[in-house]
Every structure is written in structure tokens, then in C-alpha cells.
Design a protein around this ligand. Structure first.
Ligand code: NAD
Length: 478
């Protein structure tokens, strides 16, 4: 049994007997680790450590911060196999995916912000008889709260810019997937990150997470997770006037016009629908297809979906691994049942899978549903699993209306070879990110986030560094 420990004030804190939470390996349904069930007293220690460390860390040179964050990135790279194995065991995602995407992105995040801070500058505004310049100062102690779907990837996405900008951090990874954040803590010790600069506290959302949000010395919260929890966090943080960045759920449209590059679209749509078992906030879960190619697409898409091998994340050839937890698997299965009750026709999947030797694991076959109206619950609520719906459309305007018919607005993918249309439609889509003829193509310099119920604020590139600093204008009369 592994012991996953809190990292507070530069040291690992031993587990307290009777104050732990079980962690499951979703590929076989077995408990394999314990984490501390941290409460307000643990958060208090972590915030105090971060508060004490702040003045010295904020005063370090940019070069010092660059060097230490880069060293952490190097250590992530050197531990790729160990971290990838840990991520797949904890989350259920195929090992090849952890190796190719999750862990490399963890080191990319650290290295990117190590460099970005060396290029970050502020504005000056000259006026008659005076000059203004803007100072961008770190905020102090930041709380970061991250989800289970891309554990190390999203954990580092927040920590890296916060630390690069000179803040200290109290971070809470998801209690469902704590392992790589624990290994990351060890890496920080090895890299020589000063004590208290980063504190990683494990535990439940409504206890440990809420205690971070409520703490008066935590100046800003960067949260990625569900819209429901984002709302709760906003309710607590807003009256305290904390800075908030909320990256939340999505119900992303994948809009396919007949004039697209069909083969490329088909291959990418398979990925955008089912990668990471559909548990990526950016997955396209509503596939809108121009009627003239609807039947052709439907036939090909069903064939390819049925060919996807569902099974052990560690087995050769696995395309779709395990759902992250029993609770989440059951939620997704209940969404499939709801779709049937709403009159949806299941074209592929639609059920739990029991791979040989892993019968106790949490697997769902990639699922395609058609025949549902846009306004039904299946098409309106986030499922966050390997489940997509298909709907035909007849005109560009209808496609735009269907795409925007959602309370969410995270991302949208368009498939068309008509240049004018790609600009025209992109402009009319209500989302934080629009991809044309590609999906999840990320440049870390670009603003990342959503509109409507998908989020407020932007992270990524200088947007993140702006969020994690407070601008102060200085006006000097000549
Ligand atoms: P979740 O909201 O249940 O949990 C996210 C984190 O918040 C966890 O660490 C959890 O412990 C913590 N938490 C829960 N209740 C809390 C509270 N009351 N106060 C403080 N913290 C609390 O989300 P999840 O199930 O872990 O992740 C899936 C969701 O995340 C999906 O909705 C998905 O769309 C979203 N997501 C969004 C993005 C994005 O960039 N927009 C990226 C990935 C995932």
C-alpha cells in the first residue's frame, strides 16, 4: 500500500492514523494507496508556510525563479516512465497517453512559464507633463485546486505561472488522482525549491478545498473542475474580493461541413470524441454534421468507434482505458440510460465492458447516440465520458445556432476547407477557443478558458502571468 503525503513547509508530513482516504486503481477496482484526509488545521499550516515564504520568494531574481522551475521541468522529464506509470495507475488512462501527453505537458508547463517570466513586461503611458508606468507585483499566497482528468498536466498548469510570477502556493490536487502531485512534491525537494514556496495538501473538496478558498490569507484561487463546484467557490470567494480564475465544464460542438478534408476530419473526430475516455473538458461531445455527408460519416464513424480496443491501460494496443472511478462510471452509465429514455438511439457502445482479467475495473465502451433534439438533457448537460451525440444540419446558420445552443462555451471545432466560412463561423461561435481543421492543438502562449458556464478569466501565456500579479500604476510628474 502506498502512502501519499502532504508536502508542507518543504517537508513530507507523516500520515495520521485514522485520518486517511482510500485511493483506487480504476483499472482493477483495488485500493492501492492512502492520502491524508486534510482539514482546516492542515490548510492553516500550509497557508502559514506559504505566507512566511512569500517575501523571500517574491524578492528572488527572475533568473533564480527561471532556473529552479527549469530544473523541476528537467526532473519531470528524467522521471517520465515513473510518472507516466503512476498517472495511468491512478487515473486509468492508457500508458501511451500518459507518456505522450500528460507527463511531457507537465514539464512543458514548468519550462514554458520559467521562460515566459523572463519575457513578461508591463506597460508605460506617457502623457503631457508626466509618465505612468505599471508595476506588476505578485499577489501573495495563491490557492490552486485541480481535477482528476489530467492530473499532473493541470496541476502544473496553475502552479508554474503562480510561482514564476513570485507567488507562493497552496495546491490541492484531486483526491481521486493524487499520486503524481505527490511525486511532484518529491521532485520539488530534489530541485531545491525553498521551503514553503509550494505546499501540496491532499484531501476532499468540501473540507480541504473549501478551507483553502475560505482562508483569509489566500489572495487568489485558480480552479479547474466542474461548474457546480466553481459556483460554490465563487460564492465563498466573491464577498472576500479574492481574485478568481475558474476553468469549468463544457459541452463542446464539433461542426462538420461537407467541404472538409473528410479523412483528416474522421480520424481527428475519433480522438476529439473519445481520447482519455472522453474525460477531457475540450472533447467534442455534440457532433453536428452537414446533412449531405451525414450518412457516410455515420457509417464510417460507427465502424472506427467499434474497432477501438477498450481495456487495461497497461496492455499493448489499448485505445480506451478505464473510467476514473466507480462513481464516475456509474454517472456516465446513468447518462446513457437517460439518453435512451429521452428517445436516443445507441449506434455504438452504450454499456459497461468487462475486459478479461480486469472484470472489476471501470470500463465503458465508446458510445454514439443519435436522434435527440438539441434541447434535451443529454445534449445540454456535461457527461464527461466516452459518449457523443450526432445531429444533422442543413445550413451554416443552423449549424451556428445548434453549436451555440448550450449554457457552456468552452471550445468548438470546425471542419471546413472554405476559408471565408472558417472566419465567419469562428467569429459567431460563443466559446473561448475555436479550432479549425484540428483539435487540441495548443500553443501555451495563447489565452485559454471559456465563456458562459465554462468559466471566467483566462490562463495561458501572459494572461496567466497577468492573473497571478496585481497591476499598480505609478504616475510621475516631470
Ligand atoms: P470537481 O469540481 O468535482 O473537482 C475539482 C477539484 O475541486 C477537486 O480537487 C475537488 O476536490 C475540488 N473541490 C470539490 N468541491 C470543492 C469545494 N466545495 N471547495 C473547493 N474545492 C472543491 O471536478 P472533477 O470531477 O475533478 O473534474 C471534472 C470536471 O472538471 C468536469 O466538469 C470538466 O469539464 C472540468 N474540467 C475543466 C477544464 C477546463 O479547463 N475548463 C479542464 C479539465 C476539467
Amino acid at each position: 500500500m502506498e502512502e501519499i503525503l502532504n508536502y508542507i513547509d518543504g517537508a513530507m508530513v507523516p500520515l495520521e492514523l485514522g485520518k486517511t482516504i482510500d485511493v483506487y486503481n480504476p483499472s482493477n477496482g483495488q485500493v492501492y494507496a492512502h492520502i491524508p484526509d486534510s482539514d482546516t488545521s492542515d490548510i492553516e499550516k500550509a497557508v502559514q508556510a506559504a505566507k512566511n515564504a512569500f517575501p523571500k520568494w517574491a524578492a528572488t531574481s527572475i533568473t533564480e525563479r527561471h532556473d529552479i522551475l527549469s530544473k523541476i521541468a528537467d526532473l519531470i522529464d528524467q522521471n517520465l516512465d515513473l510518472l507516466a506509470e503512476a498517472e495511468s495507475r491512478d487515473n486509468g488512462k492508457p500508458l501511451w497517453l500518459s507518456k505522450k501527453v500528460d507527463i511531457p505537458r507537465g514539464s512543458d508547463n514548468m519550462r514554458f512559464f520559467a521562460n515566459a517570466i523572463t519575457q513578461f513586461s508591463s506597460e508605460s503611458h506617457e502623457m503631457q507633463g508626466a509618465i505612468n508606468y505599471t508595476l506588476r507585483e505578485p499577489l501573495g499566497v495563491i490557492g490552486t485546486i485541480s481535477p482528476w482528468n489530467l492530473p499532473l498536466y493541470l496541476f502544473t498548469w496553475k502552479i508554474a505561472p503562480a510561482l514564476a510570477a513570485g507567488n507562493t502556493v497552496v495546491a490541492k490536487p484531486s483526491e481521486v488522482t493524487p499520486l503524481t502531485a505527490f511525486l511532484f512534491s518529491k521532485i520539488c525537494i530534489e530541485a531545491g525549491l525553498p521551503s514553503g514556496v509550494l505546499n501540496v495538501v491532499h484531501g476532499l473538496g468540501h473540507t480541504a478545498g473549501a478551507a483553502i478558498v475560505e482562508h483569509k490569507d489566500v489572495k487568489a484561487i485558480s480552479f479547474t473542475g466542474s461548474t457546480r463546484v466553481g459556483k460554490e467557490i465563487a460564492t465563498i470567494a466573491a464577498p472576500e474580493f479574492k481574485k478568481l480564475s475558474l476553468e469549468m465544464g463544457g459541452k463542446n460542438p464539433n461542426v462538420i461541413f461537407a467541404d472538409c478534408d473528410y479523412d483528416k476530419m474522421l480520424k481527428t473526430t475519433l480522438n476529439s470524441s473519445f481520447s482519455n475516455q472522453g474525460q477531457i473538458c475540450l472533447c467534442g461531445s455534440r457532433i453536428l454534421v452537414e446533412r449531405s455527408i451525414y450518412d457516410r460519416f455515420k457509417t464510417d464513424f460507427i465502424t472506427l468507434t467499434k474497432e477501438m480496443k477498450v481495456g487495461d491501460p497497461f496492455a499493448e494496443g489499448t485505445r480506451t482505458g478505464a473510467m476514473v472511478s466507480k462513481v464516475h462510471m456509474e454517472k456516465v452509465l446513468s447518462c446513457i440510460k437517460l439518453a435512451k429514455d429521452e428517445g436516443g438511439k445507441i449506434l455504438a457502445g452504450g454499456e459497461r465492458v468487462f475486459p478479461e482479467g480486469k472484470e472489476k475495473g471501470y470500463y465503458i465502451a465508446p458510445t454514439i447516440i443519435e436522434g435527440l433534439p438539441s434541447d434535451c438533457r443529454t445534449n445540454q448537460e456535461e457527461i464527461f465520458g466516452p459518449v457523443v451525440t450526432m445531429m444533422p444540419f442543413d445550413s451554416e446558420n443552423e449549424a451556428i445556432d445548434l453549436a451555440n445552443d448550450s449554457s457552456y462555451g468552452l471550445s468548438c471545432t470546425l471542419w471546413t476547407n472554405d476559408v471565408s466560412r472558417s472566419h465567419r463561423v469562428s467569429k459567431k461561435i460563443h466559446a473561448g477557443i475555436v479550432w479549425v481543421n484540428t483539435w487540441l492543438h495548443r500553443d501555451l502562449r495563447t489565452p485559454f478558458g471559456g465563456v458562459k458556464n465554462s468559466g471566467i478569466g483566462r490562463e495561458g501565456g501572459f494572461e496567466a502571468l497577468r492573473f497571478f500579479t496585481e497591476p499598480k500604476n505609478v504616475c510621475i510628474k516631470y
